[in-house]
Design a protein around this ligand. Structure first.
Ligand code: SF4
Length: 415
C-alpha cells in the first residue's frame, strides 16, 4: 500500500464509507464550491448526520478504518478483487482525527466501519481500540457508532457495546439465498447470532442499571442493521417481512435500506442498473408504517402489487393500502379509534393525536381537520366529519388520480 498522508487517507476512506446507509441522508443535486465561488458542497464525504437518542440531529465523522478487505462480497466496492485505491488508518490516527474535528466543532461524534484486514478479530480489536482510547484516554463524551465486523469474537463485540452508543451488524441482503450468492464468505446464522448476543447484552444492561445506577452502559442507542435493496431478486414484500422479523427478534432500533448502486468493475452476477431511489424511499415509508402507525407486516405487504410483490412507486404505501382496502373507509373523525384514524392517508401521528384530543370538547368539522393536514384533498375521500360525508367518493374508479401526488417533470440534467 502506497504511503499516503492523512488528508489523502481521509479522502479515500470517507468516500468509501458513503455506501453505508446507516446514518445517511440522500437524494439531492450535486453542488460544490471548488471553483472558488460560493460556499459549501453537497458532495463532500466524511461528515454525515444522524439522530441522537434524544432526537437531536448530530454530525458525525463517517469513515472506514480501512477499505482493504479479505472478503469478496460481490456488491461491495471494497471487496478483495476490486480495483480501487486502498488506504488504512491506524487506530491512533482515527482517534486524533476525531478529537481534532471535535475540537474544531466540525462533528459531534464518530461513525466507524471497516473492511476486514488480516482477520475479523484483528480488525474488530482495532475498532474497539479507537472507541476505548476516545472514551478512556480522551474522556470523549460524544456519540460513537461502531459497525461490527462479521465473525468477530462475541467478547470483542461486547467490548464495542461498552464504548459505543450504537453498534450495528449488517444482515446485508434480505434473503438467505441472496447472501449465499452475493456474499458467500458471510454466514447468515452467525450474523443473527451476533445480533442476538447484542440484544441479550442490552437487556442485561437494562436490568443491571435498574439495580445499580453505576453499572456501565451498553450500547445505549441500541443496535441497527442494513439491507441492500435491488442487488438480488427479493421483492418489497420479502424485504418488509424480513425487516419486521429482525425488529421483533433482535429489538433493533432501525433497519436501514440501501439501494444497491452499481460499482466500477462490477461482478457479472449483479444487476447492471440500480433500483429506483424511490423504491428505497417507499421501503422507509413502509418501515415507518410498522413502527409508528401500527400496521402489521402482512398489512404492509398487502399494499404491494399481488403479482409482483412490489410496492407502487407512484404513491406511498399508506395510500396504496387505503385504495386497495376501500371497504375500511370512510373513517369518522369524531368516533373512530386512533388506530383507524392512523390509516387515513394524509393524517400523520401528530394530526391524529390532535384530533383525538380536540374531539373530547366538540365535534370536528372538515375545516378543523384541514387545519391539521397539508392536503385536505387527500384526506377528504377517506373521512366523515360533522359537516362532511364523501358520498360514493371512496367507490370511484378514478379515485387514485384525485388523491395521488401530481407527477412532476424531472430536470433533464439532474444528478
Ligand atoms: S466484508 Fe464488508 S468490506 Fe469486505 S467485501 Fe464484504 S461488504 Fe465489503
Amino acid at each position: 500500500m502506497a504511503q499516503l498522508d492523512t488528508r489523502e487517507k481521509l479522502a479515500i476512506l470517507a468516500d468509501a464509507a458513503k455506501y453505508d446507509a446507516s446514518c445517511a441522508s440522500s437524494g439531492t443535486a450535486k453542488r460544490d464550491s471548488r471553483d472558488g465561488k460560493g460556499l459549501g458542497s453537497t458532495e463532500g464525504m466524511g461528515i454525515c448526520h444522524a439522530y441522537a437518542p434524544d432526537g437531536r440531529c448530530i454530525s458525525l465523522l463517517k469513515i472506514l478504518l480501512t477499505n482493504s478487505c479479505i472478503f469478496d462480497c460481490h456488491y461491495c466496492i471494497n471487496r478483495k478483487s476490486s480495483n480501487v485505491r486502498r488506504a488504512r488508518f491506524t487506530a491512533q490516527e482515527v482517534v486524533n482525527l476525531t478529537i481534532s474535528f471535535y475540537k474544531r466543532n466540525y462533528i459531534e461524534g464518530l461513525f466507524l466501519s471497516s473492511g476486514i484486514i488480516k482477520s475479523s478479530n484483528y480488525t474488530m480489536e482495532q475498532m474497539v481500540e479507537v472507541a476505548r482510547s476516545l472514551r478512556e484516554d480522551h474522556h470523549f463524551r460524544g456519540y460513537i457508532h461502531l459497525k461490527t465486523i462479521p465473525d468477530a469474537d462475541p467478547e470483542l463485540v461486547h467490548q464495542a457495546g461498552l464504548y459505543a452508543d450504537r453498534v450495528s451488524i449488517n444482515v446485508e441482503l434480505p434473503t438467505v439465498s441472496g447472501l449465499k450468492r452475493l456474499a458467500p464468505e458471510k454466514d447468515g446464522a452467525r450474523i443473527e447470532g451476533a445480533m442476538k448476543d447484542v440484544k441479550t447484552s442490552i437487556a442485561d444492561n437494562g436490568d443491571a442499571r435498574k439495580k445499580y445506577k453505576s453499572a456501565p452502559r451498553f450500547a445505549p442507542a441500541g443496535q441497527s442493521t442494513q439491507m441492500i435493496v435491488g442487488a438480488d431478486a427479493a421483492t418489497d414484500g420479502e424485504i418488509v417481512t424480513r425487516a419486521s422479523t429482525l425488529y421483533d427478534r433482535f429489538g433493533l432500533r432501525r433497519v436501514y435500506y440501501s439501494a444497491f448502486s452499481p460499482i466500477p468493475d462490477a461482478s457479472t452476477v449483479l444487476p447492471l442498473q440500480r433500483p429506483p431511489l424511490m423504491r428505497e424511499h417507499r421501503l422507509y415509508q413502509s418501515d415507518w408504517l410498522m413502527r409508528f402507525y401500527d400496521y402489521s407486516p402482512h398489512e404492509v405487504v398487502a399494499a404491494a402489487d399481488d403479482a409482483t410483490g412490489m410496492l407502487p412507486l407512484d404513491i406511498d404505501p399508506k395510500l396504496a393500502w387505503a385504495l386497495k382496502f376501500r371497504e375500511s373507509f370512510p373513517v369518522d373523525v369524531n368516533r373512530a379509534p386512533r388506530e383507524m384514524l392512523l390509516r387515513v392517508p394524509g393524517l400523520g401521528v401528530k394530526a391524529v393525536d390532535r384530533i383525538v384530543a380536540s374531539r373530547r370538547w366538540r365535534r370536528l368539522r372538515l375545516d378543523d381537520v384541514a387545519r391539521l393536514t397539508v392536503s385536505v384533498t387527500k384526506v377528504r375521500p377517506f373521512i366523515v366529519a360533522e359537516d362532511w360525508r364523501p358520498v360514493l367518493l371512496t367507490d370511484r374508479a378514478d379515485l387514485k388520480p384525485l388523491v395521488a401526488p401530481r407527477r412532476q417533470q424531472l430536470e433533464l440534467f439532474a444528478a
